[in-house]
Design a protein around this ligand. Sequence first.
Ligand code: MTE
Length: 331
Amino acid sequence: MLIKMQGDGFNNLFSSEITSQTVYEKRRALIKLMATGVAGAALASWAARDAMAQVPRPGKLAALPGAKTSVAGATTLEKLTDYKDASTYNNFYEFGTDKSDPAKNAHTLKTTAWTVEVEGLVKKPARYTLEDLLKLSPMEERIYRLRCVEGWSMVIPWVGYSMSELIKKVEPLGSAKYVEFVSLADPKTMPFVGSRVLDWPYVEGLRLDEAMHPLALLGFGMYGEVLPNQSGAPVRMVVPWKYGFKSGKSIVKIRFTDRLPATAWNKAAAQEYGFYSNVNPEVDHPRWSQASERRIGEDGLFAKKRKTLMFNGYEAQVGQLYAGMDLKRNF
Ligand code: MTE
């Protein structure tokens, strides 16, 4: 059944995707029980994790909850970045180059009647409506670290499902080696499309096996709600082991190819932004070190920088994708 939502965000959401109040209350009751010390320690840590994976909604946009994910490594117990920071400190160059620009300007983005064209080397090319995509697989909540190439990071509870679910549906041909993600480039609603900072549309890409990795998320929401426009509504990629720019926002096209995709940042400055762009503290950006990072929300004069982890801390999950590769050359 379709439910009409008010305000921004999607016009229609599906009732099956909304966690019932009873389930929510049961969880709260269990957590209360933990506090009284009635249940054992093992159960307590399980409940804490469960509570983490059911983040309170900011109450700004339409609800989009996700079940606790079954994907290993997709949830961390680190403190979440405040919604306010995550939704006001953004990179979305179509709406300006300052971190505060997307939150100010992205209200013009039209997320209704959204479609995503899947084309190229697949058996079943298709044009998906957003509603089709929302129904394609159950929604999961995943708390990912996201590390930006500029040296800051956030911890965000994303809502979506593995990109592999969509890939399996369209059946890539044996010749498909890469997947390209093309963002909307609409000069009427995106004031900086046409500016010379980047070659529009914003294009990003992954090797097919990277895109098939269960951690690569097709994201529709964050903090239990649909994505705010500035975060890449209504659908974006979230690839947590790579620098943030690999995660294209407001995607309208997914293209399967046999050629290394020409990506926006690689075209703009190939010596600075490689195709892989795996988070790697041992490979510096030509103009700055990548060994440490600032967690957004932890600033201040005495805030210590954090050490950046190989593959952003997801090495156990994704390291084997790069076995035998020289990661200094393939940066
Ligand atoms: N996608 C598009 N279409 N345009 C962009 O400018 N910026 C990228 C990425 N996806 C960008 C984009 C960069 S540099 C980063 S760090 C992340 O989005 C930022 O995501 P966030 O604003 O949700 O933190």
